[in-house]
Design a protein around this ligand. Structure first.
Ligand code: ADP
Ligand code: 5GP
Length: 216
């Protein structure tokens, strides 16, 4: 069977906790059929309303260790005491379905993906201010201790922002989502992803210019 040309790239959306990754992802998936969600796995317990296989694959620490040992994870990280990892298959399945896998992962995970997938497009979401970040974390129902831990981690995460391809301000959701869609639009026009169209054009031109055809 002819190997399908890869049309797309993984889109990594990262941010400090509370930066808006899940919110932006939900909007991207709702608004644009080019995007697909690559489900990740975690050892943390499901929150109310979360579903196995939709929000995460919820696994035991032993299951996680087996996946990691068997090389089934593209990357993994310990985030605030729980293990999280992206199954290679999750990303592959979305790419094979002709979609852009949206990977909403922490900053360490983004670093690993960049190393393994140099063609990945990486976006760092930046909340408009620390105060807003704190308010959003509180609004999500995080306890004060959990907010303090996340704010401390955020300081180190912000230092890595310059290794991302893009920084998007998550002030209003609408604008942030439009910016990410704009980035995906531009990245889809990368020459290396559009060479099939050029080749078809060349083939047609060759036929048109062939001596046999010109004689007619
Ligand atoms: P993350 O997935 O990065 O941890 P979330 O998507 O859970 O962050 O967002 C944290 C909180 O901030 C959520 O309660 C969410 O509704 C809220 N939020 C995210 N983006 C915005 C925004 N642009 N405007 C207002 N609230 C937002
Ligand atoms: P939460 O527990 O709030 O759903 O997620 C905590 C953090 O882990 C978030 O920053 C989330 O984006 C990140 N995360 C979720 N899945 C993965 C993953 O597979 N790998 C990495 N590195 N981080 C992840």
């Amino acid at each position: 069977m002819k190997k399908k040309t890869q049309r797309y790239f993984p889109l990594v959306v990262s941010a400090p906790s509370g930066g808006g990754k899940s919110t932006v992802r939900a909007e991207l998936l709702r608004r644009d059929p080019r995007f697909g969600f690559s489900i990740t796995c975690t050892t943390r317990a499901p929150r109310p309303g979360e579903k196995h296989g939709r929000d995460y694959y919820f696994v035991t620490p032993r299951e996680f260790e087996n996946l990691r040992r068997d090389g089934k994870l593209l990357e993994w990280a310990n985030v605030h005491g729980n293990l999280y990892g992206t199954p290679v298959k999750s990303v592959r399945d979305v790419l094979d379905a002709g979609r852009i896998p949206v990977m909403t992962i922490d900053v360490k995970g983004a670093r690993s993906v960049r190393r393994l997938f140099p063609e990945a497009v990486t976006v760092f979401l930046l909340p408009p201010s620390l105060d807003t970040l704190r308010r959003r974390l509180a609004g999500r129902g995080e306890a004060p201790e959990s907010i303090s831990v996340r704010m401390r981690t955020a300081a180190a995460e912000l230092r890595e922002a310059d290794s991302f391809g893009y920084i998007v301000y998550n002030d209003t959701l609408e604008k942030a989502v439009e910016d990410v869609i704009g980035i995906a639009d531009a990245e889809c026009r990368r020459a290396r992803l559009n060479l099939d169209a050029v080749k078809r054009f060349e083939k047609d031109l060759k036929r048109l210019n062939s001596p046999r055809r010109r004689k007619k």
